[in-house]
Design a protein around this ligand. Structure first.
Ligand code: PNS
Length: 162
């Protein structure tokens, strides 16, 4: 595993402590981890791809030198192949995530059989955490402290300052 390269894909709008927990766990398991931010023209994200990339980079510990953050477009399996990664990492929080993740993993396997999807569990205190809830709470002035890195908290407060 230590020699394997993995992709951890997502929207990361914005990155949460749950995502960072998975990144940290992955960086200990794999030789190299590419955090891939999907550029999705159909979605209207709160943070631009560049901002999301910057927030993730600034939130990652300096000792995680085998982690790289990059934006990608198109099919995930094509991107994984381009980056020479044979593992796709996805975090699963609750049973409710499973159905969608199973569908994606099997479809990705059909598209590119040599790429494996691995599911990882974040720390249980992040099992109810999502970027969508964080955005919603921040928008309405609730506390998101402890759910996202400080830099993300600052940026969200600024974004929703009335
Ligand atoms: O954080 P998200 O929004 O749950 O991540 C979803 C993501 C980016 C992993 C997924 O939408 C994706 O892989 N998109 C790239 C396009 C693609 O490959 N689609 C086919 C998936 S079977």
């Amino acid at each position: 595993m230590k020699r394997a390269r993995a992709i951890y894909p997502g929207t990361f709008d914005p990155v949460t402590n749950g995502h960072l927990d998975i990144i940290e766990r992955s960086s200990k398991l794999f030789g190299h981890v590419v955090v891939g931010i999907l550029v999705n023209p159909e979605k209207d994200p709160l943070f631009s791809v560049e901002e999301r990339q910057d927030l993730i980079r600034r939130s990652i510990d300096a000792d995680m030198s085998n982690v790289e953050v990059e934006a990608f477009q198109g099919l995930l399996v094509d991107y994984a192949q381009k980056r020479d990664a044979h593992v796709i990492i996805r975090g699963i929080r609750a049973v409710s995530d499973y159905e969608y993740e199973l569908q994606m993993a099997l479809m990705n396997r059909r598209l590119q059989p040599q790429i494996e999807t691995m599911f990882m569990l974040p720390a249980e205190n992040y099992s109810y955490l999502s970027s969508r809830l964080v955005r919603e709470i921040a928008e309405h002035g609730g506390s998101i402290s402890g759910l996202v890195p400080e830099i993300v908290e600052q940026q969200l407060l600024e974004r929703f300052r009335k």
